[in-house]
Design a protein around this ligand. Structure first.
Ligand code: 0X9
Ligand code: ZN
Length: 455
């Protein structure tokens, strides 16, 4: 007879009956002594790391079970963002913490729901990515190839403004619920009068770490490659760029200190135990209709009213007061590799649908040509899901006609836990899309001014 006891973290199984009784007793004592702490924590033979499962339901019954698991068990839906969007034949990515893994796995088995383990060691990856912030500067990895804490990002903002006093200005656009400043950088590399501008915000959703990493990279690239890279020089000669590296600082901070999977801001809703509004459901674009939720515990909670949150209000106020100069609005998210355009809040087409479509199409083609990576593109509602109250749709309705949301890498191998070694690649792809779109917009504006002049 043989029984196997899995030794948790040690990741091995011992055949405990292959030795004589005396040796067994010694092994037991040793084992308990060495693993006492572990036994206390796990209590039984379970996973010791959170896992991310990829599950494709193939019947309505399986859809219902998955919805139930994601709502009632301690799990986090990565994709789709809310259980309402779970449907047949569409991949679901579910983070299952170590202490729920046995229960969830049993439940899936019981209902013959098959799954793949996308990430078996999510917790180790999380830990590694946090350690990475303080890596030895001699490691050969640059500042822009790592993720950074909020404090480091604030320091970087100050440093950048100091290092480039003639071209970079720090603008305080508002502050968060927990009173953290929302700083945007204004890059103005050329003092031509009446310049147009582009706005880029990052980090609306706290757990999408590649997004702030892109904003930092983009600022650095602009400053270093002005007068070196032709496209960048042309763009910066023609427009100023406003970059808001972390639009949701409270949420971002929380992902470093408490919960790596946090998405919303940190607004404490009175009368409920739930915290946070989804800032990308809080703008006044078909606010809180289908695709958002008025339930404060939902990941897509729309808030009490449009712009109820200081973070979304600050951005909306800034865009309102600069709407005559800002021509392009870009919001950076992850993951799934998509270039989205309005609308996400309705199935209707935007009035300039064809020109926006042409732009995202060309941007995706360029990414494929230069980096051999596939990005899907199109209006948000048709490409992913109906999602009202988003900043891109609102900016478009305000009159910023070239408005986009980028979903950066990856497509689901690492999801939100994209390793730092992929930051560079993800940023290069997004940069290609920014350049393609900005150059196209400039081309259009120049064509319309010269045709006006020739008339
Ligand atoms: O659902 C969202 O807010 C975005 N996807 S994410 O996975 N990063 O959360 C998509 C936003 C598309 N645009 C709008 N909903 N307006
Ligand atoms: Zn997002």
């Amino acid at each position: 007879m043989s029984a196997y006891l899995r030794m948790g973290e040690l990741g091995q199984c011992l055949d405990i009956f292959q030795f004589g009784p005396d040796i067994m007793a010694t092994v037991w004592v040793l084992f308990i002594f060495l693993n006492f702490d572990l036994l206390l924590k796990t209590g039984q033979c379970t996973e010791t790391s959170g896992q991310v499962l990829s599950i494709t339901p193939n019947s309505q019954e399986q859809v219902e079970i998955l919805k139930n698991v994601s709502i009632h068990y301690q799990t986090v839906l990565w994709q789709p963002v809310s259980s309402d969007y779970i449907k047949e034949q569409t991949q679901v990515h579910l983070y299952v913490p170590a202490n729920s893994s046995q229960t969830v796995n049993d439940l899936l088995h019981r209902h013959s729901i098959t799954y793949e383990v996308m990430l078996s060691n999510a917790d180790e990856i999380i830990e590694m990515q946090m350690r990475n912030d303080s890596t030895d500067p001699r490691s050969g990895v640059t500042f822009y190839q790592r993720y950074h804490t909020l404090e480091d990002i604030y320091d970087w903002i100050n440093r950048t403004a100091k290092d480039y006093p003639d071209t970079v200005k720090v603008i305080l656009v508002g502050s968060s619920h927990e009173k953290r400043p929302l700083y945007a950088l204004k890059l103005s590399l050329n003092s031509r009068p009446n310049k147009k501008a582009m706005w880029i915000d990052c980090g609306i959703h706290a757990r999408e770490w590649i997004s702030p990493a892109f904003c930092l990279f983009f600022v650095h690239y602009s400053l270093v490659f002005y007068n070196q890279n032709q496209a960048m020089t042309q763009i910066l000669d023609n427009m100023d760029v406003y970059v808001l590296p972390v639009m949701n600082p409270d949420g971002y901070k929380y992902t470093w200190t408490n919960d790596r999977m946090w998405r919303k801001n940190r607004f404490p809703k009175k009368g409920t135990p739930c915290i946070g509004v989804d800032l990308n459901r809080n703008f006044d674009a078909n606010w809180c209709t289908r695709g958002a939720s008025d339930y404060p515990c939902s990941e897509i909670y729309c808030g009490a009213f449009p712009e109820s949150e200081p973070e979304s209000q600050a951005v909306a106020n800034f865009l309102r007061s600069h709407k005559d100069s800002i021509q392009i609005y870009l919001s950076i998210h992850s993951y799934s590799q998509m270039l989205l355009m309005p609308y996400s809040c309705t199935m209707d087409e935007a009035e300039n649908h064809s020109e926006l479509y042409e732009m995202v199409k060309q941007a995706a083609e360029n990414i494929r040509r230069y980096y051999r990576n596939i990005y899907t593109y199109g209006p948000g509602a048709k490409t992913i899901y109906l999602a009202p109250g988003g900043s891109d749709d609102w900016a478009h309705m305000l009159g910023i006609k070239y408005s986009f949301t980028f979903e950066l890498q990856d497509r689901g191998r690492y999801g939100f836990l994209l390793p730092p070694s992929h930051i560079q690649g993800a940023c290069n792809e997004a940069l290609t899309a920014v350049k393609t779109i900005a150059l196209k917009v400039m081309e259009k504006s120049q064509a319309s001014t010269s045709s006006r002049q020739t008339v």
